[in-house]
Design a protein around this ligand. Structure first.
Ligand SMILES: Cc1cc2nc3c(=O)[nH]c(=O)nc-3n(C[C@H](O)[C@H](O)[C@H](O)COP(=O)(O)O)c2cc1C
Length: 185
């Protein structure tokens, strides 16, 4: 059981995505929130086959892989955080693969009611994450999840280049801000 589930989608384990996610987690944990971080890119998750088995079997997927490590948390956490590098104007394929597998939750609604997007990218053109943000807004809106915040870090390419970037403080503050939100309800 955790308050927040963070899914990180970069194959670079100690890259910029991870550092941005860590800043968010530090802020949330400072306020005593329980946070679970899962490095999705390090898991073995096969793409959804669209077979519909899950819809007939209470959200259980016919494929047996590491998605089973994420699913239980969708039924205990309240907020889900998508942390990703921008790959060709979208989230990483690793994270999208896990998201597609959440299709199974249509058959058995999760406890998630809110969401956050954290994204890093190499370009300094701040229009780069627009398509990703639009996608995030439509799929989370469809899922009925309230958007609690979006933090993006532009101009970071090499692993660790995000050090000192203002987005880290923004992510930490966003994490902290959830404490009062969670206490109110
Ligand atoms: C396959 C691939 C696609 C990328 N596509 C974009 C892109 O469309 N726009 C951009 O600004 N940066 C792009 N980048 C750069 C990454 O977003 C950037 O290096 C980021 O900091 C990587 O995060 P990480 O350190 O967490 O892996 C791409 C990098 C890779 C490897």
């Amino acid at each position: 059981m955790s308050d927040i589930l963070v899914l990180t989608g970069s194959p670079r384990k100690n890259g910029n995505t991870r550092m941005l996610a860590d800043a968010f987690v530090d802020g949330a944990a400072e306020g005593g929130l329980d946070v679970r971080v899962i490095h999705v890119a390090g898991l073995n998750i096969a793409p959804c086959q669209g077979c519909g088995y899950c819809q007939e079997h209470e959200g259980v997927c016919i494929q047996k892989d590491d998605m089973a490590r994420i699913m239980p948390h969708l039924y205990s956490a309240r907020t889900i955080v998508f942390a990703t590098p921008v790959y060709y104007f979208a989230m990483s394929a690793q994270l999208k693969t896990a998201l597609d597998r959440m299709y199974a939750t249509l058959a058995k609604p999760p406890t998630i009611d809110s969401c956050i997007l954290l994204a890093v990218y190499g370009d300094t053109d701040t229009t780069v994450p627009e398509a990703l943000i639009h996608n995030y807004k439509v799929f989370t809106g469809y899922s009925g999840w309230k958007d609690l915040g979006i933090v993006t870090a532009a101009g970071v390419n090499d692993a660790g280049e995000i050090a000192g970037h203002p987005a880290l403080e923004e992510a930490r503050e966003l994490g902290k801000s959830l404490v009062s939100l969670f206490r109110k309800s």
